[in-house]
Ligand binder design. Sequence first.
Ligand code: FES
Length: 310
Amino acid sequence: MPTIRVSPDNVEVAFSPKANILDTLLDAGVPIDHLCGGRARCSTCRVFLLEGLSNVSERTEAEDAMATKLDFPPRVRLACQTTLADSVRLRRLVLDKTDVLLASQLGTPKLAGPAGREAEIAVLFADVVGYTKMSEALPPFDIVHLLNRFFSRTDDVVARNGGIIDNYMGDAVLALFGLHGEPDPALSAVRCGLAVLDVASELSHYVERIYRLSFGVRVGIDFGEVVFGVMGAGASARETVIGDTVNVASRLESANKDTGTDMLISDAVYQLTGDAVTVGERHELDVRGKLGPVVAYEVLSVDDPSDQDE
Ligand code: FES
C-alpha cells in the first residue's frame, strides 16, 4: 500500500491518490499547519520531499505562484496543493511544539478560524496630532484621561457607523468597516472619519480650556483586501487584520501632515463612494512599499448628514 512517511512525527500514513497531502495528514491526526485553509495563500503547510520527488503531482498554478514568490526549491511543496502517485517520505517544515501549540490555539472556536479569512473592507486610521508634544507637557495620568475621553467618543461614532474598533495603538485608532458584510463599508468609513474629526474638534475646546494646548486628529482611509485572523499566542492571542490596506490607511493618515489636510481617502474609497462624498484636492503620494504614486483625496463633506450626528 502506498504511504507517506512523515518526519519528525515518525508516522506512516496510507493515502488515496485523490486526496492531497494536507488532507491525508490531517485525517491521520498529523499536526500540520494550514493557516489559509488549504488555498495556497500561506506557506505553513509546506513539506520537504526527502524521497519520492518523482511521485508527486505538478505544482498547481496557485502553488507555482507561491513557490516563485518564496523561492521554493523543487523539493519544497505545499501539502495542500500536492497529490501523490506513489509512496514518499517527507518532513513537515513547521515543526516544533510552539508551532503546533500555535496552530491549535488558532483553531479555538471563539476566534476567526484556524486560517483567518480574507475580506474586502474599509480600514480607518485616526491618530492624534502633536501627541509627542502633549505627552511632554502633561503628566501621564492626564494623557490617559485625554486619550480615554477621545477613545470613548470615537468608539461611539465607529459603532454608530457600523464599524468595529480593531485596536488602539498608543494615540492611534484602527477601525474596520464591512468585516461582517455590512453594506457600503467605504461610505460608512468616510462618514465615521468626518465624525471622528468632529469629536476631535469638540475635544480641542476642552483641551484648550483645561490645558492650554491644541488637540487635533488626522484620518486616513483605504479600501481593499485584508486577512482577518489571530495574532499572538496564549491568553494574548487576539483577532486583527493584516494587509496592504491597513498599511495604506496608516500612510494616508500620516500623509495629511504633508498635504495640510485632516482626512485623506484612497482612490479605491473615492470610487466606491461616488457622488455621496465631496472631495477637495487630488494628491499623488509616494507611499513606502508601493510602486508608483498612491492617489488620495481630501474629504470635504459627505451626504446624509443625519447619519453623522456627532
Ligand atoms: S494551507 Fe496555506 S498554503 Fe497550504
